[in-house]
Write a new protein. Sequence first.
Length: 242
Amino acid sequence: MERTARKPSKGKKKPATPQSAMYQVRRILRRGALLIAVFVVLVILGLRFIPIPTTPYIWSEAQRLDTVDFTWSPLNDTGPYSARSVVAAEDADFCLHWGFDMNAIRSAIDGGGTRGASTISQQVVKNVFLWQDRSWLRKALEAVLTPIVEVAWGKRRILEIYLNVAEFDEGVFGIEAAAVHYFGRNARDLTSYQSAKLAAILPNPKARSANDPSPFVMKRANSIQDGAATILLDGRSKCFED
């Protein structure tokens, strides 16, 4: 008498093999990475239109100091000199690059890495989304996010955010708070030299002062004032001027 082959039960699942388990893990990781990427892009797009409420560094300083002076000011309300001054000080070719200044990077490499090559766009990405400590992970994330921010925000918005989240003294963030803190006036009323002095204390505001400037800060401020006038004349400020 022949035996009939027993059909496998439909209710029972085959045991997972190592290969199928790894496939499921990779699938979950891919979906997770996609969701994170979509979330980050949505956040970046949202911040194109609303003021930055805080940053990781501003938040940490608020915890350390109990309070910080952080005042948001639209770019149109910061006066004619502040934007030009910080661009002349930190990234004179801001309007000419797409987030990375390749000439500055080459110069930094030729100088043995002792010179900074971060653009204003890179600094904004670091200040708004990342952390301050130097690491390869942070630089990699900065490199990924910077082109996205360039496309999503544009130059005027990037510079507006930079002016509002930059630190100008311990616990003093933004050009408006800095103008009041150092000179007792609003940012729109700053003179060209006052704006240059504020730019001159970047990127080390805790060691420099705009109302009690060292010879180095005064010399740097004079150079920045000249540089701000130069980028206006040669058109390198067009991308953020009205």
